[in-house]
Design a protein around this ligand. Structure first.
Ligand SMILES: [Zn+2]
Ligand SMILES: [Zn+2]
Ligand SMILES: [Zn+2]
Length: 271
């Protein structure tokens, strides 16, 4: 089973439409891995994580087929991760009632979806709270609350498969104690961790930079969540995260050589 990073950028993406900073100028000129659309992921071909404004573009450019989609897990309601109207728009006129999709999210996400009716697919919704697990096809997806904004329960997702395990941890400041407790002794092979602020950290801004990532990784290693072989991928990358552009994280994460920038289209094999 494959896990794909459909988009690796922050709410702006790179290049920013109105930005002439060196990161955006370089991305505009060079394209490739320097270009970043808004963060989202695909597990296999039937499970999507987040459904932001770049989802349709990502499906077309990366060539994934959402007619096979069965589940959508939403991290939180910010518009770079979820758009109720966009989801509704994408089902207009498709008349595929046999495609049953279950969308999982917090109360704010479900509230934003509630006014929309007559989807072209059969859309079901399920409220997820921190600590709850959804099981299907030998896969377990566990919601874990994190510290991002105070107005809703923003969720990380632990994906446990018969092979490798993944932790989606974008849009997060330092993890709360409850998250460490839920992750204790549960192995994570690939963590996609919020690196919005790049090599610096900005306190209490709802995102992370390298100093905070270092602390989180060290603690997750001590409690056997991360091993020395685990891959640590920076995601939700911002044009504010100087120095960019690069594909290798500029500062090594202590003794771990696996800290790298993720990028749009990155695929890891979970077998
Ligand atoms: Zn975001
Ligand atoms: Zn810029
Ligand atoms: Zn957010």
């Amino acid at each position: 089973m494959k896990f794909m990073v459909c988009g690796s950028g922050d709410a702006v993406g790179i290049p920013g439409l109105f930005c002439r900073c060196p990161v955006c100028v370089s991305a505009r000129e060079n394209g490739g891995k320097e270009r970043r659309s808004r963060t989202g992921y695909l597990l296999g071909d039937a499970v999507k994580f987040d459904f932001g404004p770049d989802t349709a573009m990502q499906a077309r450019e990366l060539g994934f087929d959402l007619t096979k989609l069965r589940r959508i897990f939403i991290t939180h309601s910010h518009s770079d991760h979820f758009g109720a109207e966009e989801l509704w728009n994408q089902t207009l006129g498709v008349s595929a009632p046999e495609q049953i999709v279950t969308l999982y999210g917090n109360t704010e996400v479900l509230k934003q979806l509630a006014p929309y009716r007559n989807f072209g697919i059969t859309l079901q919704t399920q409220l997820l709270r921190s600590g709850e697990t959804v099981s299907f096809d030998g896969i377990r997806v566990t919601a874990i609350a994190t510290d991002h904004i105070p107005t809703e329960e923003c969720l990380m997702y632990l994906i446990e498969t018969p092979g490798k395990n993944v932790l989606i941890a974008n849009d997060s400041d330092r993890f709360p104690e409850s998250a460490f407790a839920l992750l204790k002794n549960r192995r994570v092979d690939h963590i996609f961790i919020d690196a919005t602020w790049g090599v610096e950290h900005r306190e209490h801004q709802g995102h992370m930079g390298l100093p905070a990532i270092r602390e989180i990784v060290a603690r997750l290693r001590r409690q056997n969540t991360l091993t020395p072989e685990s891959h640590i991928w920076a995601v939700h990358v911002s044009h504010l995260a100087a120095p960019l552009p690069c594909t290798k994280f500029p500062a090594a994460l202590d003794d771990n050589p696996c800290m790298e920038w993720s990028y749009d289209g990155l695929t890891v094999d979970l077998v």
